[in-house]
Design a protein around this ligand. Structure first.
Ligand code: S3P
Length: 176
């Protein structure tokens, strides 16, 4: 497979947008961050959308955003952490793209997002956040190739992804 789209998934704080930006620059592709598109389309930050319109309204907009990207190529997509867990988005994640799960431990999530107030779900209790994390990990793992991010720089994570892609590319040339 020589994908013309890369999709990054993973829990909040995994570094999807940062790694996505590096990948897009290296490949000369565009980067889109689905949270940013939802915010631009709604005219409000994610936290406000959750607060004023509710999570369901946010998920509707997120799903519409993913659908709007389905025909775009030469694109790196940094998705919100909850998008892969929504059954209605499954077609997007199983479509023609290379999907990578940026793995992050819950402890690192806490460290990386300590100053962050823009993610409403980080206000969950420790046990609710842990259950959310544990319920999502198998979903992410089933959907994408896992790449570890704990204790690693975004550049190193992006390098891993580029290396994995070139291996996949030469493997499919070999199989052809
Ligand atoms: C969410 C993750 C956030 C954002 C929203 C909900 C989630 O995106 O979409 O706050 O359900 O995990 P990031 O993963 O980019 O933080």
């Amino acid at each position: 497979m020589n994908p013309d789209r890369i999709v990054l998934i993973g829990f909040m704080g995994a570094g999807k947008t940062t790694v996505g930006r590096i990948l897009a620059a290296r490949l000369g592709w565009d980067l889109v961050d689905t949270d940013e598109l939802v915010e631009a389309g709604t005219g409000a930050p994610v936290a406000r959308i959750f607060q004023d319109l509710g999570e369901r309204a946010f998920r509707d907009r997120e799903a519409e955003t993913l659908t709007s990207l389905r025909t775009r190529t030469r694109l790196v997509v940094a998705t919100g952490g909850g998008a892969p867990a929504q059954p209605r988005n499954r077609d997007f994640f199983s479509g023609p793209a290379a999907v990578f799960h940026l793995r992050v431990s819950l402890q690192t999530v806490r460290e990386r997002t300590r100053e962050n107030t823009g993610r409403p779900l980080l206000a969950l209790s420790e046990s609710a956040l842990r259950s959310l994390y544990e319920s999502r990990l198998p979903v992410y793992d089933a959907m994408g190739t896992s790449v570890e991010t704990d204790g690693r720089k975004p550049e190193e994570v992006a390098e891993d992804i580029l290396r994995l892609l070139s291996v996949q590319e030469s493997q499919s040339e070999h199989d052809a």
